[in-house]
Design a protein around this ligand. Structure first.
Ligand code: NAD
Length: 327
């Protein structure tokens, strides 16, 4: 029998890669996306419903038509800077939108949720690598919206028995290794696509925010995870919930950080082009280093990132972006 999984935000970057992975593992993803940021062309592996997670009518129809065994919930706004300027937009979409989804799950007896959380729930690191028990003091409305959802999920477990895995991603990166999907945010704020665009000449330069951090080369260090490794973790989280029935919050990172300059060097090596850069001041709230302790994901989910080495991340991103360049 066909096993349906409702994927909110499945037309977006991480959601579309996860739908491909679900399909490869024998599940049928049912995508609900309002296409505010997603792409219709990225939905290829199951039914697509254009609609909003706030819409109880559309959610009810999806639950009665497909009876999904679980929900993977990507739909959210994810621009940290914008969230500082327009917090209401973030709390409404990320928190109130999730409440709408949870109510529909509860009413329709859908028992399991995998939630896109973020390392932004930790705020500034007090100790590194970041373990799941690290204090959670987010410094943006975006990070707070993710923390609020994690807390709401605990309450839904206590009151209604709804089990969830909150996956705290570090930096999602790279593209589908077969070249079918990739990262296509507008506006783009992520380092690797911006560095690739500077190498391609579709942007004049890459801005490096902060070159005087207390790191080996003075630039900020982040933990990049290949998007297909993230996709695999979602399927493992679904299978964990089916097996264990306990709610968890789990980091998804590699435990290895790369600096902005290391990324720039690798984009230059893979593309054979120079990446023009300009130095800028540090941005407020950007910590020098963010690196995950990823042991829990290995222990509970059996997750091992196998595509998150820098050459694989950068070459897959380069292939995707260079292949889409007009002309
Ligand atoms: N990209 C990262 O590095 C990263 C890191 C940590 C957490 N996350 C989280 O992962 C999730 C996916 O991130 P992404 O980079 O794929 O983002 P994305 O913008 O590409 O995907 C989000 C999708 O959700 C859809 N959406 C937004 N609000 C909706 C609504 N109300 N109803 C229906 N659809 C809606 C958008 O149209 C989009 O297709 C987000 O929740 C984000 O906060 C991402």
């Amino acid at each position: 029998m066909e096993q349906y999984i409702l994927v909110t935000g499945g037309a977006g970057y991480i959601g579309s890669h996860t739908c491909k992975f679900l399909h490869e593992r024998g599940y049928t993803p049912v995508v609900l996306d309002n296409l505010v940021y997603g792409h219709r062309s990225a939905v290829k592996w199951g039914p697509f419903i254009e609609g909003d997670i706030h819409d109880q009518g559309v959610l009810g129809r999806i639950f009665s038509e497909y009876s999904p065994a679980a929900v993977i919930h990507f739909a959210a706004f994810a621009y940290v800077g914008e969230s500082m300027l327009a917090p209401g937009r973030y709390y409404r979409n990320n928190v109130a939108g999730t409440l709408s989804l949870l109510e529909s799950m509860r009413q329709n007896g859908c028992p399991h949720l995998v939630f896109s959380s973020s390392c932004a729930t930790y705020g500034l690191p007090e100790t590194l690598p970041l373990v799941e028990s690290h204090p959670r003091k987010p410094i943006s409305p975006y990070g707070r919206s993710k923390l609020m959802v994690e807390e709401i999920l605990q309450d839904y477990d206590s009151a209604h028995g709804l089990k969830s895995v909150s996956l705290r991603y570090f930096n999602a990166a790279g593209a589908d290794l077969a070249g079918e999907l990739g990262e296509d945010h507008a506006p783009e704020t992520h380092l690797i696509p911006l560095a690739v665009a500077a190498a391609l000449g579709t942007r004049p330069e890459l801005q490096i925010f902060g070159t005087d951090y207390p790191t080996a080369d003075g630039t900020a260090v982040r933990d990049f995870v290949h998007v297909t490794d993230l996709a695999a973790a979602h399927v493992q989280a679904l299978e964990f919930l089916a097996r264990q029935e306990t709610s968890q919050a789990i980091n998804l990172g590699t435990g290895r950080g790369y600096s902005v300059r290391e990324i720039v060097r690798e984009v230059g090596r893979v593309s054979g082009r120079e990446v023009p850069v300009v130095r800028k001041e540090r941005r407020a709230g950007d910590p020098p280093v963010l690196v995950a302790d990823a042991a829990k994901a290995g222990r509970l989910l059996g997750w091992r990132p196998t595509r998150s080495d820098l050459p694989t991340i950068i070459s897959s991103a380069w292939k995707w972006h260079a292949g889409r360049r007009p002309g």
